[in-house]
Each structure stands twice: as structure tokens, then as C-alpha cells.
Design a protein around this ligand. Structure first.
Ligand SMILES: [Fe+2]
Ligand SMILES: [Fe+2]
Length: 215
């Protein structure tokens, strides 16, 4: 397999793993099995926004898609749709960041809105990658010549090409490790923090005073 395809597909797997963790942690919060950790969601949102936008999509938009278009112009509508989705992704992840801030500001009520937007985003991002894996990548395999693949491979030879910024692979690998260390088991490596039962929650100062009939 060409180095280009190996890198693109490895990045799809890394993003899919983050989406899997995101999806399952949300489901466990929804069903009261685990307590929300905002630090995990901060890291997940940084990843799902920055990794595709700054690291992954440039490989597709600037290297892979133009080569495919040259050899298989019939896939142009599909590629235009995928490129439009790359722009749509920026809007969706910005909206998610805004909803995470709203949840932090209102921990009791903010989860539902964030959760609904996150579920939509996860499904959307999975469909986008599936479309690439099922249509564009097979077309590339079929139509690109050895010279095309050499040109593509040379474009991101060490995967830390200047067009992607300084040492970006290391930055995103570190972020991936952070997500793994913050996500509760069995999705990640952190101990599960289960929500406290009502009888375990210490009464607030006001409730104590009410119980004592002082106010
Ligand atoms: Fe894409
Ligand atoms: Fe992709």
C-alpha cells in the first residue's frame, strides 16, 4: 500500500477511536453510570476540531483529491461534497465547543444540549469517513498511477511537512494519549467515577440550617 493511503487510513482509525470514546462516555453519563469530567471533553473537542482541520483534511484537499480528480473526473461531485463537509465540520465543532462552555456554566442543565449536538456530530463525522473509505479511496486505488502515488508520498514524506505546522504528529499523538488517560475504563485508562447516590451527597450548608430549623 502507498504511504499516503496508509497515513490517511491510520488517521481515520485514530479519529474513529476518539469518536468511539466520546460516544460511549456520553452514553454512560446519560444513563448515570459515570460522572462527567470536563477535562476529557476539552481534550476530545480539541482533537475532533484541530486534528481533521489542521492535519488530516489538508492531505485530502491538497494532495489526494486533486490527484484523484485528474485520473477519475467522474468522482468530482463526490469530492465536492466531501470538501463541503470539511467546511461544515468546522462549524459543527465550533458549535460543540460553545455548548460545552454552556454546560460548564450550568452543570445541572447544560448536558442535554451538548449531548444532543455531540451525538449528531459523531454520526456525521463517521458517515464522512465511511464515504471516503468506501468511494474515494477505492477510486484512488483503482485509478492512480505509480507516479501519482510517488508524488503523493513525497508531499508528506515524514508526516511532519511544513504545510501541517511544526511537528504536528507529536502534538496530536500527545493529545490522543491525554484522551486515553482521562477517559474512564473500559474506553480509556482512568478509574471510573460513578455518580454519588443521593444519600452519599453531603447536605449543603443551607439544607443543614433548614434541617436544624434555624431558617
Ligand atoms: Fe475528509
Ligand atoms: Fe478523511
Amino acid at each position: 500500500m502507498s504511504k499516503t493511503l496508509a497515513i490517511v487510513q491510520r488517521e481515520h482509525r485514530a479519529l474513529a477511536a476518539v469518536l468511539y470514546t466520546f460516544d460511549h462516555v456520553l452514553a454512560d453519563i446519560r444513563t448515570g453510570k459515570v460522572t462527567a469530567e470536563f477535562a476529557l471533553f476539552d481534550a476530545v473537542l480539541s482533537y475532533v476540531q484541530d486534528f481533521p482541520d489542521r492535519f488530516h483534511h489538508p492531505k485530502e484537499d491538497e494532495v489526494l483529491f486533486p490527484l484523484i480528480l485528474k485520473r477519475a473526473p467522474e468522482v468530482k461531485p463526490m469530492i465536492e461534497e466531501l470538501q463541503a463537509q470539511h467546511h461544515e465540520g468546522i462549524r459543527l465543532t465550533s458549535d460543540l465547543k460553545w455548548k460545552l462552555d454552556a454546560w460548564k456554566a450550568d452543570p445541572a442543565k447544560g448536558f442535554a444540549q451538548f449531548d444532543a449536538a455531540a451525538q449528531k456530530f459523531i454520526e456525521w463525522q463517521r458517515k464522512h469517513m465511511a464515504k471516503e473509505e468506501r468511494t474515494v479511496i477505492p477510486a484512488a486505488r483503482e485509478k492512480l498511477t505509480a507516479a501519482d502515488w510517488n508524488a503523493a508520498d513525497a508531499s508528506f514524506a515524514d508526516n511532519d511537512d511544513p504545510i501541517f505546522g511544526a511537528n504536528p504528529k507529536k502534538v496530536y499523538d500527545q493529545l490522543l494519549s491525554k484522551i486515553a488517560s482521562l477517559a474512564p475504563e473500559p474506553y480509556g485508562l482512568a478509574e471510573r467515577k460513578e455518580p454519588k447516590k443521593p444519600e452519599e451527597i453531603p447536605p449543603s450548608r443551607r439544607e443543614q440550617l433548614v434541617q436544624l430549623h434555624w431558617i
